[in-house]
Design a protein. Structure first.
Length: 415
């Protein structure tokens, strides 16, 4: 394929985005990646190759959030938006303490428990505020329990560093305790991490926190080293980027949480799974009500204050759609196949394209992040041309943050 900027690259466009409906069921993708890199498209901004089949042209949403949603679910929401279940009311105007919404909450939790195979000794919450609010709620709830010292400030929590979002979680926890970083990259890039056996873990730490996948550079723990977590220390995981993309053994965690707007729903809700023994009244003094797990857990139907009703309902419908397709084994296979299409293209481009994360143990199936050659000088201009062409094609959010080079990175998100 001859690129519009005069370079040639060995690839078959149809092999990457042909059969898109099967590999990109949410994005309803196209056969293009930039300019003529993946073959030309006719209309500006609307590049869905299934226009005739689906009856509508849709933009190609490769955003890291809010992510693309299944068209079938969006159409169902559209159909029921004004008249939910024939009740002559919209979910958006439904009383959050009515039986109608309690039914939605119960069904959403049931679908989530079924999808994720969540054991009975765990509570499920659809907290307001996304994952970021839980960055603070986690230390507030876990550090407030009685310890060797009455002053919570002196307690320690272990934090694994592997990118931008682990940094955000660490910074929030620092306001409430001493944060012990078990690993550190002096360049702050985190294209790889040391083996777990080499981590410096404070065994007196109250808990260990890690981020399952970092969207910035395309990092994902394909196999987390659970064996290095000290016995009795709760493992806490921000799984915002990959929860719902593969089976997870929930029993290995004290807390696992994920922002809804990537693999489950739209924005506003954090899907949070908490082992019941970790929900107590002994929270950090001054903990706001919105961060107090016990306050929500003891409220009628776990509704303490106004939930994000629409997002909870949307998530219920998406999870029903996921279960109809075979659940997490299906979506794990899908994530492997479609990410490998792009990784294979990058790896076989004779260096024209270059990923930042190259160890397959840490390559993300949710985001493939790459640059063109060095990303410097003339190559920086090619990166910008690539990004400009995707914008002309109507692609959403292909631009990522600079990663150790002056130019922005190219990020293809596949939630």
């Amino acid at each position: 394929v001859k690129l519009s900027f005069g370079c040639s690259c060995l690839l078959d466009p149809s092999s990457l985005f042909g059969g898109v409906r099967g590999l990109f069921p949410m994005a309803c993708g196209s056969r293009a990646v930039a300019g003529r890199l993946f073959a030309g498209l006719g209309r500006r901004g609307v590049s869905n190759t299934f226009q005739a089949e689906l009856g509508t042209g849709r933009i190609v949403n490769l955003s890291a959030g809010s992510a693309a949603l299944p068209l079938e679910v969006l159409e169902k929401v559209q159909k029921e938006f004004v008249n939910w279940n024939g009740k002559a009311i919209s979910v958006c105007e439904m009383g959050y303490r009515t039986q109608n919404f309690y039914d939605i909450m119960e069904q959403a939790e049931d679908r989530f428990r079924t999808l994720m195979k969540i054991p009975d000794n765990y509570d499920v919450h659809f907290f307001n505020g996304g994952a970021t609010l839980q960055f603070a709620a986690i230390p507030m709830n876990l550090l407030g329990r009685p310890g060797n010292r009455k002053t919570t400030h002196y307690k320690t929590a272990n934090y694994v560093r592997n990118g931008h979002w682990s940094e955000k979680a660490r910074d929030e926890a620092r306001m409430y305790c001493h944060v012990h970083e078990v690993n550190n990259d002096p360049d702050d890039l985190y294209f790889t991490v040391p083996d777990g056996k080499n981590w410096d873990i404070d065994k007196k730490g109250v808990y260990m926190h890690y981020t399952a996948a970092d969207t910035r550079q395309g990092f994902e723990f394909q196999e987390f080293p659970y064996e290095v977590v000290p016995e009795g220390m709760p493992l806490v995981c921000d799984a915002s980027a990959n929860l719902g993309s593969k089976p997870v053994d929930i029993s290995k965690y004290g807390v696992i949480y994920a922002a809804a707007h990537k693999n489950f729903s739209t924005s506003g809700v954090c899907y949070t799974v908490i082992r019941k023994d970790l929900i107590t009244e002994d929270v950090l003094p001054g903990t706001p009500t919105m961060c107090n797990w016990n306050r929500f857990g003891t409220a009628p139907n776990k509704v303490w204050t106004v939930p994000v009703t629409f997002s909870v309902w949307m998530g219920q419908l998406v999870m029903e759609w996921m279960l109809e397709r075979g659940g997490l084994p299906y979506f794990e296979d899908l994530a492997i196949r479609r990410s490998n299409l792009l990784y294979d293209l990058v790896d076989n481009s004779s260096g024209f394209y270059r990923c930042f994360v190259n160890d397959v143990r840490y390559r993300s199936r949710m985001q493939v992040v790459f640059t063109i050659r060095t990303g410097l000088g003339k190559d920086e201009a090619l990166v910008q041309k690539f990004l400009d062409e995707t914008e002309e094609l109507g692609w959403l959010d292909v631009r990522s943050h600079p990663l150790g080079i002056p130019s922005d990175a190219i990020r293809i998100t596949m939630y």
